[in-house]
Design a protein around this ligand. Structure first.
Ligand SMILES: Cc1cc2nc3c(=O)[nH]c(=O)nc-3n(C[C@H](O)[C@H](O)[C@H](O)COP(=O)(O)OP(=O)(O)OC[C@H]3O[C@@H](n4cnc5c(N)ncnc54)[C@H](O)[C@@H]3O)c2cc1C
Length: 301
């Protein structure tokens, strides 16, 4: 029996692995992608991680993973399909798609989240070339430029406000004429002179050769832009936990920064946890905290 199974080798899982192995825990990281390093690998440039400015996300992920490999962390490439707790001694049984089964005293779940896509023409091709899913990550690259934000919830309006402080102009494109965001945020957006509301509008195509240069709406209008931020929500990867009482209504695992969930011995780290800011730095921090919580739990046992 292992001490600890970590599910996911994104920044949260890898950070948890480094803290866990340095605490002398016998642990295994299970990751579904070949040598996967999580969402960060999709970022063309990460400029907001302390001490490593300007790295492309793929290289950053490689450095994170190499750090864990150098410290002797063991990896299993497999998709986790179920997580159960043994009713007698309460240890955890993690089953994988290859028919295998791993058992441990504790689990850290760090399977991340995925950004919801618009499914518009040009979105896929121009992703990372002007199409972004994260204003906090990429907004600073559009200083003095014209951008668009797509969405009508709190994230979209917060993104528009954030970008309005950097960009010459921000279009806020929303398919309805009312917003789901908090009224106070809506009022702040409406008061900004450089945010133009584009309501009852849907994106038909994002256009550009090397980089985004415009967006065409379904009503035929075209807006000239340098970048577009899709803020239509993110989806936590919690399918395997859907029948548990560990999730909130949006599917995120409920826990504070200790990573301690309702289930003793089951910890959470990274984007899949309930929290306000989903970034590499908070994922790494979560991993450290969850591993420390798991180590305390195992010591108590
Ligand atoms: C395009 C893009 C650009 C970004 N840019 C920045 C940036 O500039 N700065 C910044 O701070 N943040 C950025 N982010 C956000 C950042 O990448 C995430 O906040 C961070 O990666 C979250 O880490 P995580 O470990 O919680 O989850 P993830 O990175 O999502 O890792 C989860 C891992 O779990 C694995 N997994 C999922 N399900 C299973 C399963 N059933 N079995 C086994 N393995 C599983 C996945 O394959 C994945 O490798 C960006 C994100 C994207 C998509």
């Amino acid at each position: 029996m292992l001490d600890l199974i970590i599910i996911g080798s994104g920044p949260a899982g890898l950070s948890a692995a480094i803290y866990g192995i340095r605490a002398n825990l016998d642990l295994l990281v299970i990751e579904k992608d070949y040598e996967g390093t999580g969402q960060v690998a999709l970022s063309s440039k990460v400029d907001n991680y302390l001490g490593l400015p300007g790295l492309d996300g793929y290289s950053m992920g490689e450095q994170f993973r190499q750090h864990a490999v150098d410290f002797g962390v063991k990896f299993l490439e497999a998709t986790v399909t179920s997580i159960e707790q043994d009713p007698s001694d309460k240890h955890w049984i993690v089953k994988t798609s290859d028919g295998g089964q791993q058992e441990a005293k504790a689990v850290i779940y760090a399977a991340g989240a995925v950004h919801r896509k618009l499914e518009a023409k040009g979105e896929e091709e121009l992703s990372g070339k002007g199409v972004s899913y994260c204003a906090t990550c990429d907004g600073a690259f559009y200083r003095g430029k014209v951008t668009a934000v797509v969405g009508g919830g709190d994230t979209a309006l917060d993104d528009a406000l954030y970008l309005s402080g950097l960009c010459e102009k921000v279009y806020l494109i929303h398919r309805r004429d009312g917003f789901r965001a908090a009224e106070i945020t809506v009022n702040k957006v409406k008061a900004k002179e450089n945010i133009e509301l584009v309501l009852n509008a849907q994106v038909d195509e994002i256009i550009g050769d090397e980089r985004v240069n415009s967006v065409r709406l379904k009503d035929g209008r075209t807006l000239d832009i340098n970048g577009i931020f899709i803020a239509t929500g993110s989806v936590p990867v919690t399918e395997v936990l859907k029948d548990t009482d560990l999730l909130n209504s949006a599917g995120y695992i409920v826990a504070d920064e200790t990573g301690i969930t309702k289930a003793p011995g089951f910890f959470v780290a990274g984007d899949v946890r309930t929290k306000a800011l989903r970034q590499v730095v908070t994922a790494v921090s979560d991993g450290a905290n969850a591993a420390t919580s798991a180590e305390h739990y195992i010591t108590e046992l």
